[in-house]
Design a protein around this ligand. Structure first.
Ligand SMILES: [Zn+2]
Ligand SMILES: [Zn+2]
Length: 133
């Protein structure tokens, strides 16, 4: 396991991917690639894995095939359906100890992916919360 530097958490905001965004992602991905992408290549669910201060969340929508290919990211704001797709190059940082590549985009805010943790207590439906005595 890569060493954690301090205790930083990803934003963790989630959003469903609307069908229109799936179409946009496939159009962008297939326009520049001979290997055809299908709807199954598109994430149905976005998680903001960035640590950021601004109002815009970023979630991986589609990982383009190929080592140098970038990733399609969806951008959205709180309580607003994601409508923007950006193709961004992958962050070129590599962890010095174990060669793990950062899974964020180039120039992302916050720490690299190995510096960030999932939120300590993911939101769960109320019915599954433990009962306190
Ligand atoms: Zn976010
Ligand atoms: Zn990075």
């Amino acid at each position: 396991m890569p060493k954690r530097i301090g205790q930083q958490y990803i934003c963790g905001q989630r959003a469903l991917v609307p069908n229109s965004l799936v179409g946009t992602a496939l159009t962008m991905a297939n326009a520049k690639s001979s290997s055809k992408y299908t709807a199954e290549d598109v994430q149905g669910f976005l998680v903001c894995t960035i640590r950021h201060r601004g109002p815009v969340h970023y979630g991986v929508l589609l990982n383009l095939r190929g080592v140098t290919a970038g990733t399609l990211w969806a951008l959205w704001r709180d309580r607003v359906e994601p409508v923007s797709v950006l193709e961004l190059p992958d962050c070129s940082a590599v962890h010095s100890d174990d060669d793990a590549a950062c899974s964020e985009f180039e120039g992302h805010p916050g720490g690299h992916s190995w510096e960030l943790s999932e939120l300590p207590s993911p939101r769960r439906p109320a019915t599954r919360l433990p009962r306190w005595p």
